[in-house]
Design a protein around this ligand. Structure first.
Ligand code: SF4
Length: 210
């Protein structure tokens, strides 16, 4: 089986296993997802979803967040960890969203990447989830699973994994496939325990590079 064939088969099976391929961050507006992906660094999505309830109740627009200042934002986002740097990025990012983009998140990968605190993973997530564009989101689950399954060979660098996946994953499948890898990584192909290969839908095609 080539890597492209392996990718297609994984996509097919994970679709059956996890029909819903939602992002696990809750948001009503694109700018909120931008804030949340920054908060999600080294923090669980579940905790981010709780913390942003307070944050968005207090500061309901990009302009309000920008005007709040770093100290006030840090006060609310501290439970997510790395409060100072996250608050600094969020305020700087929301200033640009409010002042340069009229409160709207730009539908352009390079423009997203230029925002404070936004890396390739976040920019891809926004392109895929908000704008429905092709996207490959290489988070920790995606990188671990792709190596274990054999979709990539010993590549840990997120950008290199992303580039390798672009070559074998149909563009329109990328965003949902990455979400499903997160589900599978949490429930079956886990990081902290031995993966549950005995109940994995990919067991017969996975290289099990553990
Ligand atoms: S077979 Fe095992 S290593 Fe491979 S994806 Fe499934 S749980 Fe992970």
């Amino acid at each position: 089986m080539t890597k492209s064939e392996l990718a297609l088969e994984c996509i097919r099976r994970l679709k059956e296993e996890y029909p819903l391929a939602d992002c696990t961050l809750d948001y009503d507006h694109a700018w909120q997802l931008l804030v949340e992906v920054r908060l999600a660094a080294q923090c669980t999505d579940a905790r981010v979803n709780v913390v942003v309830k307070d944050l968005f109740a207090k500061y309901p627009t990009p302009a309000a967040l920008a005007a709040a200042g770093e100290d006030a934002v840090e006060e609310v986002v501290r439970p997510c960890g790395l409060g100072r740097s996250k608050a600094r990025d969020i305020v700087a990012c929301m200033e640009i969203i409010a002042n340069q983009y009229g409160g709207r998140v730009p539908e352009d990968f390079d423009a997203l990447l230029a925002l404070p605190g936004v890396g390739r993973k976040s920019a891809n997530l926004i392109m895929g989830d908000v704008f429905g564009k092709p996207a490959i989101v290489t988070d920790t689950h995606c990188i671990r699973l792709c190596n274990r399954i054999g979709l990539v060979d010993g590549i840990k660098d997120p950008k290199r994994v992303e580039m390798a996946l672009w070559k074998i994953v149909p563009p329109e499948e990328g965003s949902d496939f990455c979400h499903r890898l997160v589900y599978h990584g949490r429930e079956v192909c886990t990081a902290r325990t031995k993966p549950y290969c005995d109940k994995c839908c990919l067991a017969d095609i996975c290289q099990k590079n553990l």
